[in-house]
Design a protein around this ligand. Structure first.
Ligand code: ZN
Ligand code: ZN
Ligand code: ZN
Ligand code: ZN
Length: 239
């Protein structure tokens, strides 16, 4: 709530700036006011999008810019008889802002899952399993460190080859139960944690991003994508 109020105040300040500079430009007649409207609105729109001010509706910045410029021209007309050509400033303001919005929106990265345009300052995550870049709001699971689709579909990340498993956690053991899913040695492929010696099945090692449920330590030689996301997530959380 406070944050949206802060954004609104910032937006209001930016618009007052636009209005007063445009008012000043009107003193110079149409030759100054028209290009000023175009350039100012383009600049203001860039600023608007940079701070990610309320912009869920792409038509909003051009409309607001055009409105503010029209108001300035109106004020200029009342204060001193201004050039008739200045009345068209609002069209150029709308065009400048609209064009900037168009270019900005075209270059914004979309979330690979929900297809929304990600904000300039928004975090995005590369899923270690499917390698898609997804938004943090709805498509990334912080808890499981993967995208929601991979979580839903149980997409694996660890290698499947026996050679890798023997090297990382030793051969399959024939006794005990998985500490996570409680599957018995006959039902699941149990591997011992190299650090705390507790058994955990291959599927649970995979689901847990290669980490032991008990001691939290990771298996050696995890796929690079996995370790990269771990550091990225740790960085953003300050862990
Ligand atoms: Zn998304
Ligand atoms: Zn994924
Ligand atoms: Zn298990
Ligand atoms: Zn362990």
């Amino acid at each position: 709530m406070n944050r949206s109020l802060e954004r609104f105040a910032l937006l209001a300040g930016v618009m007052i700036l636009l209005g007063s500079v445009q008012f000043g430009a009107c003193l110079g007649g149409g030759a100054v006011a028209l290009p000023a409207a175009l350039l100012l609105s383009a600049g203001i729109t860039l600023l608007w999008m940079h701070f990610d001010l309320p912009s869920g509706r792409p038509w909003l910045p051009p409309l607001v810019c055009a409105g503010v410029v029209l108001l300035s021209v109106l004020l200029a007309e009342f204060t001193f008889r201004s050039d008739f050509a200045e009345w068209f400033s609002f069209l150029l303001a709308g065009a400048g802002s609209g064009l900037t919005m168009f270019v900005l929106l075209r270059t914004r990265v979309r979330c690979a899952l929900c297809n929304r345009r990600m904000g300039v300052q928004a975090l995005s995550f590369q899923c270690p399993r499917c390698h898609l870049k997804v938004c943090e709001e709805t498509c990334w699971s912080f808890e499981h460190r993967r995208c929601t689709l991979c979580l839903e579909q149980r997409v694996p990340v660890l290698p499947t080859g026996e050679k890798w498993w023997t090297k990382a956690a030793g051969p399959r053991i024939t006794y005990g139960r998985c500490q996570m899913c409680l599957g018995s040695a006959e039902q699941v492929d149990l591997r011992i944690c190299p650090h705390c010696r507790r058994p955990q099945c291959r599927e649970c090692w995979d689901f847990n991003n290669g980490e032991c449920q008990r001691c939290g330590k990771a298996l050696p030689d995890l796929p690079e994508s996995l370790t990269m996301t771990v550091t990225q997530a740790a960085k953003t959380h300050g862990v």
